[in-house]
Design a binder for this molecule. Structure first.
Ligand code: 13P
Length: 251
């Protein structure tokens, strides 16, 4: 069975101090849940939040990493450094990284490889724009992103990845893909994983939905066969709504 994963992507929000306060409050209110709880704060907040989360089931991930371990890459985050402080998950290829910072499919593939090489788990983001969806090319587009991200990985490496389907038009807009539409795309992604890495990998790989997930819609999404969790922006910033997501939400 695939364990559900509720990953909070904080983007460029909260100071380290605010992050620690969040963890302290979350620890006191941590619910009984089958889900794995991961928060990815800004890089500067990771160590302080790890310290605050010590001895709990709360994991602290990262939002980005370069594909090289070291070198002349001003402002970048080394995957080797993230591994050295035992960061378990790293988000790769978020649409904001692709759109604003011009990350290509090739970058996403190299980063995925680097993260796996350091024993960490990449959360690989894919998703189509509204224009692509309206042109009926969404499945083809997303399949292309998935294949590019997983290129040259062994089947075993593919099975260790997490993929997050985040339609660009649903991020931060309040528009969620319907649970049926999300399930259709995520089943398609699982089929693509089967094509590139076989049955075991496609059974093992966890595929999340992201884009305006809230306590009010998470249960319907997670009830779908192929949806293994959520990558959540806005609703992960407050302890109340994050704990509600961990327990399957409230209407
Ligand atoms: O981009 C997202 C998570 O990575 C989704 O953000 P929202 O949940 O705020 O729409």
């Amino acid at each position: 069975m695939r364990q559900p994963l509720i990953a909070g992507n904080w983007k460029m929000n909260k100071t380290p101090e605010e992050g620690v306060a969040f963890i302290n409050e979350l620890k006191e209110n941590f619910p009984k849940t089958d889900a794995e709880a991961v928060i990815t704060p800004t890089a500067l907040a990771i160590t302080a939040m790890q310290e605050a989360a010590k001895g709990t089931d709360i994991k602290i991930g990262a939002q980005n990493a370069h594909f090289e371990d070291a070198g002349a890459f001003t402002g970048e985050i080394s995957p080797q450094s993230l591994a050295s402080i035992e960061v378990p998950y790293v988000i790769v290829g978020h649409s904001e990284r692709r759109d604003i910072f011009h990350e290509t499919d090739e970058d996403v593939n190299k980063k995925t490889k680097a993260i796996l090489d350091h024993g960490m788990t990449p959360i690989i983001c894919v998703g189509e724009s509204l224009e692509t969806r309206e042109a009926g090319k969404d499945q083809e587009w997303v399949a292309g992103q998935v294949k590019a991200a997983l290129a040259n990985l062994s089947d075993e490496e593919v099975s260790k990845t997490v993929i997050a389907y985040e339609p660009v038009w649903a991020i931060g807009t309040g528009k969620t893909a319907s649970a049926d539409d999300a399930e259709t795309m995520i089943a398609h992604i699982r089929e693509v994983v089967f094509e590139v890495a076989g049955q075991e990998a496609s059974d093992a790989v966890r595929i999340l939905y992201g884009g305006s997930v809230k306590p009010a819609n998470v249960a319907e999404l997670l009830a779908k066969d192929n949806i293994d969790g959520a990558l959540v922006g806005g609703a992960s910033l407050e302890v109340d709504s994050y704990t509600a997501l961990l327990t399957g939400g409230v209407a």
